[in-house]
Design a protein around this ligand. Structure first.
Ligand code: SAM
Length: 265
């Protein structure tokens, strides 16, 4: 085990396939609203091991491009895509969400789950500006992140600090109003759904991963080399379930973004 393994890499190593706060419930809420067809052009940013891309290709028959900055995650994505015989439909590319290697107005949908939370405020804005740029007019941005159910500034800072230490990476979750502001000031019309975090909750895990895989994840988590991190994460999320949840943001690209308007004036 790496000494400071980041939370999502740790969970992936234990066998978890959905590495996002609200699991399939949040993803399905976003997808149901999106009217995806066979010819819908989709980009998944932060595709990790390809779980969502594979789901999309199987359910809707569409092609998906998946981008992630981690070569290790992409190697696993390629293996999973090939195992599912979907190499013709699903392509992966290593890259950075803050500088996407695609032309303007290319995609109908950009999906980005459990990544913006990991960025600071200016990087969040930069990524969202990139999503806006590569989306076609009226294209849709589907994101899914950690939501804070706290408004008190010092309590918020303490919780963010504790979460960052628990998952070994700095994170920047926000409350629902701040998430909305982020998308709306970037030129999107936004609607949201919030709910309970399912990432490490046993019922949520069974719902997302099935019983057999959940048992495997728990068995791996209890191995001596994983136990400390497993309990640290499990206890943190259990103790903070009132203050932390998921937020799904469905955001439609409208007109020119505020940033573009400002820079042209
Ligand atoms: C918590 S995982 C989420 C994976 C997947 N979207 C899911 O929901 O299961 C976060 C992913 O974001 C990727 N990532 C983080 N920052 C990134 C960036 N700036 N550009 C591209 N990928 C990034 C990581 O490599 C990792 O695979």
């Amino acid at each position: 085990m790496q000494r400071h393994e980041v939370g999502h890499s740790f969970l992936a190593r234990l066998g978890k396939t959905k590495l996002r706060p609200g699991g399939a419930t949040a993803t399905n809420w976003l997808l149901k609203r999106s009217k995806i067809q066979k010819n819908t052009k989709i980009l998944e940013v932060a595709c990790n091991m390809g779980t969502t891309m594979i789901y999309l290709a199987k359910k809707y028959g569409c092609d998906v491009v998946g981008l992630d900055q981690s070569p290790t995650a992409l190697e696993k994505a390629k293996q999973n895509i090939s195992k599912n015989n979907l190499s013709q439909k699903l392509k992966t590319i290593q890259g950075n969400a803050l500088k996407l290697p695609f032309e303007d107005n290319t995609f109908d949908i950009v999906i980005n789950e459990a990544m913006l939370t990991m960025l600071n405020e200016s990087a969040k804005l930069k990524a969202i500006k990139e999503y806006y740029r590569v989306l076609k007019p009226n294209g849709v941005l589907l994101t899914h992140d950690v939501c804070l159910f706290l408004d008190d500034v010092s309590k918020k800072e303490k919780l963010i600090d504790e979460l960052s230490r628990t998952i070994n990476t700095h994170v920047g979750p926000m409350n629902a109003a701040d998430w909305k502001k982020l998308f709306e000031t970037s030129g999107f019309k936004n609607s949201q759904k919030v709910g309970k975090m399912t990432l490490m909750n046993p019922i949520g895990m069974i719902h997302d991963e099935g019983l057999v895989r959940t048992l495997k994840i728990i068995r791996n988590g209890l191995k001596s080399e994983n136990r400390t991190m497993f309990f640290k994460m499990f206890t943190f999320f259990k103790n903070n379930q009132q203050n932390l949840g998921y937020i799904a943001n469905y955001s439609v690209k409208k007109g020119a973004s505020t940033n573009e308007k400002i820079s042209r004036n």
